[in-house]
Design a protein around this ligand. Sequence first.
Ligand code: OGA
Ligand code: NI
Length: 351
Amino acid sequence: MGEVDSAFIQNPENRPKLSIIQAKGIPVINLSPIIHHTAQDSSAIESLVKEIASACKEWGFFQVTNHGVPLNLRLRLEEATKVFFAQSLEEKKLIIDDNGFPGYHDTEHTKNVRDWKEVFDFLSKDPTLVPLNSDENDDGVTQWTNPSPQYPPHFKVIIEEYIEEMENLGFKLLELIALSLGVEAKRFEEFYIKNQTSFLRLNHYPPCPYPHLALGVGPHKDSGVLTILAQDEVGGLEVKRKTDQQWILVKPTPDAYIINVGDIIQIWSNDAYESVEHRAKVNTEKERFSIPFFFNPGYDTEVKPLEELINEQNPSKYRPYKWGKFLVHRKDSNFKKQDVENLQIYHFKLP
Ligand code: OGA
Ligand code: NI
């Protein structure tokens, strides 16, 4: 190729900042001090905790390497996911629950705009007892039950094995986050004892002829505790940088996981760590796959700032809410276009 015609070259101040943005992307944190050492080195852990604290404060997002999740298992799940989504729509629709959750669905909306994607959701604890709907006055209950896909073979077993790894990693990350907030390492475990509502989502973003008009997932914040995301080499996840509100592309890093703190950590930490907005772009040529694990507490959890972090100088910023009700409300509203804005945590913010 010859040199670029100078007629195409913008003045420096007008050049797209893409490469700079990618180079200064979200922090990458090496977890080997807590994964690979039997006699844990306390100074290495201390510096890890500091890295976590600053990543949570500055970005709300980070990537982890040396996380202990076997690469081979991830590859098997990614392969099975491709085979699953390559089936016809009719075949995929066979494994849909009445409520559209868990199971296969392709009509999810983020803030009332339909996402350019199809998904398969699978609960980590099954079945989960939930109210019939989010109406406060209705005491009826129903169950969320995982589907049993028959194809590809061993799909369910692979998913279950992978979820176990996600939970292990999730608990380790929660310990680091607890320490970084100055509370007991195991502080958050009590919220996971009963009726855990975590789920794994397999995302397929087909190629899209309108990448300037549609999004794979519209801008949103994750409502749970932590999200542990595996994205493929295509990329498309963008994170809103806190310092200047710019959308920053998260460069795919093989075998790394992308972690973000959700709304519940924002509340537990009384706004010390904020849940950050993100979205997923689509592109015209390539399909993209991503696999988030939403690490969520028990259905009955009352979400409110940790008592240890509250005092006269730093009073609680939120009134308590019931996580389960919130989740059901979100699920109800995500499957249809609604006139009302869906439930957000600022609705619980104290004046
Ligand atoms: C989500 C999400 C991003 C991605 O499913 O909540 O933010 O890259 N996904 O798929
Ligand atoms: Ni998200």
